[in-house]
Design a protein around this ligand. Sequence first.
Ligand SMILES: Nc1ncnc2c1ncn2[C@@H]1O[C@H](COP(=O)(O)OP(=O)(O)OP(=O)(O)O)[C@@H](O)[C@H]1O
Ligand SMILES: Cc1ncc(CO)c(N)n1
Length: 277
Amino acid sequence: MKQPRAMTIAGSDSGAGAGIQADLKTFAALDVYGTSAITAITVQNTLGVRDVLEMPTTLVTEQIDAIMEDIGTDSAKTGMLASSPLIEAVAASVRKWNLRLVIDPVMRAKGGDPLLQDEAVSTLRSVLLPLAEVVTPNLPEAETLIGKRITSLEEMREAARIIHDQGPRHVVVKGGHALGDPIDIYFDGSHFSEFRAERIDTPHTHGTGCTFSAAIAAFLARGSSVYDAVYAAKQYITEALRHAPGIGHGHGPVNHFWLHAPALPAVLSTAVSQIGE
Ligand SMILES: Nc1ncnc2c1ncn2[C@@H]1O[C@H](COP(=O)(O)OP(=O)(O)OP(=O)(O)O)[C@@H](O)[C@H]1O
Ligand SMILES: Cc1ncc(CO)c(N)n1
């Protein structure tokens, strides 16, 4: 049987809680073959971002071409895109390969460090958003995209409608940054839905947006409708937060593999103990 395939076009996080690393773990956990085109390398841990190196645009284009000319993909997602030239290059590849795209419009890391140049927001809005099957802004990102504050569920719905007018076919305005139980607003251009979950009381929320959007891409690759993919991704991120391993001294990662048995199966435990002898 052919394994579903998903591609992430995003930045590397050396702490491996967000970015490319979170996306590939999410794909693997959901039994999807993951490929990656790296847009930038961040020097990062759970405490913050220390440095960023952007890749040359040609290298990003070439990574996507190399994947598509051989392996192909059933869906793709974007994360950190850093700058206008990188967004333009990614948009050209999305058009060239007709990628089914989930956009996580990453602007800042959890601690506030910038991951997208301010001047690149308008390129993101005008060049990339129209190519999206789904876009998943958090509250500050949605505020930036629409240019006004969001203080209620009604304003989240209004934001989803305005962002939908910018071109994506489905919008999920995430409520993780609001108080109380997180409610994500979904809009498909005619109907609104609310995806509700209990708030997990944890500081370990690094990479929740990356993980959520990667899970949507994974479920799309597996053949789900967009609505079902968002619904399943919401369950996946809630449990991943609940089972966070408590790694690092700041905002630690979630547990991408919460749905897998914690103990090694017998055949592997035997192999591991033999290696140890
Ligand atoms: N403490 C929490 N408990 C339960 N669900 C949460 C919590 N925090 C976020 N979520 C959910 O996780 C998903 C990601 O939302 P969030 O708003 O945190 O993304 P984000 O800010 O883009 O993440 P990041 O920038 O760290 O990658 C959403 O479905 C949101 O409702
Ligand atoms: C590389 C990277 N992408 C995305 C995020 C957002 O969580 C992050 N912290 N780092």
